[in-house]
Design a protein around this ligand. Sequence first.
Ligand code: DGL
Length: 278
Amino acid sequence: MTEPCQQAVPHIVIFDSGVGGLSILQAARQQLPHCRFSYLSDNAGFPYGNKPASQVIDRACHVLTSFTQQVKDVDIYVIACNTASTLALPRLRRHFSRPVVGVVPAIKPAALNSKNRYIGLLATPGTVKRSYTKRLIQEFAADCQVVCVGSSALVELAERKLRQLPITTDELLPILKPFLTAGKANPSPDKLDTLVLACTHFPLLAAEIQQVVGSDIYLIDSGAAIARRIEYWAQRIVPAGYSSQQPTYAWFTRDDQNIVELAPTLALFGFKSSRILP
Ligand code: DGL
C-alpha cells in the first residue's frame, strides 16, 4: 500500500533575540494554522536593544545564515524584532532569496487610531533612536505629539515572565511613568490615547502594561498586521519541501539554564523540544 500523499506546506522561521518573537508567532499561527513554524532565538546575542547598529545587523545576518545552512528548507523569514528590522531588513533581503518579513513600530495604525493626536511609543532604546523610526513618525504621525520611551528593563521583565518567574506591576511603574507624568516631552499626559508596543517582547506584558497605564489608553502592536503579511507570502511561494507532520523546533544560539526554564512556555507555543545552533 502506498503512503497517503502529504502536501508540502510553507516553513516559516520566526526570529528574535529572545522570547519576544513568540508574540508574533502566536498571531501568525492563528492566521496560518496549517503552516510549519520554527522559532529562532539569538539568546547568545541577547539583548539587541542596547547594542550598536552594526553589531545587531551582523548578528542577525550571521545567525539566520547559520540557521539556513542547518535547516535548509526555510520558505519565509520573519524578523520578529523591531530592533533588528529597523536596521537589518535591506541587508537580509539582499542576502536571502526567500521573502523576509520585518516587524517595525506600528506608528501608522497608532496615528490612525488616535483621536487626540497624542501617542506613546514604547520600544527598546535602540529602536527609539533609529532614523527608521523617526522617518515613520514624520511620515505617518507628523501632526501627533509622540512621547518616546526606550526600555531594556521591560524586555528583561518579559523574559522573566515567560520563564514563569514572578513580576510585579511595581516593577513596571518607573518604566512607564514618563507616559503618565508631565514633562518636556509629555506636556499633557491626560491626552495620550494610544500606545505603540514597538518591541515584540512587550505584547507579552500587555495585561500588566494596561493595568499600569489604565484602560483609557489603547495598546497597539504589530502582531495581526505581520500575520497578514506572512499569509500574503505563504499564498505566493512554492514550499521547499515538507508536510505539516514534519517536526519543527525552538532553536537557540547558546545552551543555558534559561532554556530549561522556558520549556513549559515553549511547549504551550507548540515546541516540545529545543535545539542549539552549532
Ligand atoms: N524583541 C526585540 C524587539 O522587538 C528586542 C529585544 C532586545 O532588546 O533584544 O525590538
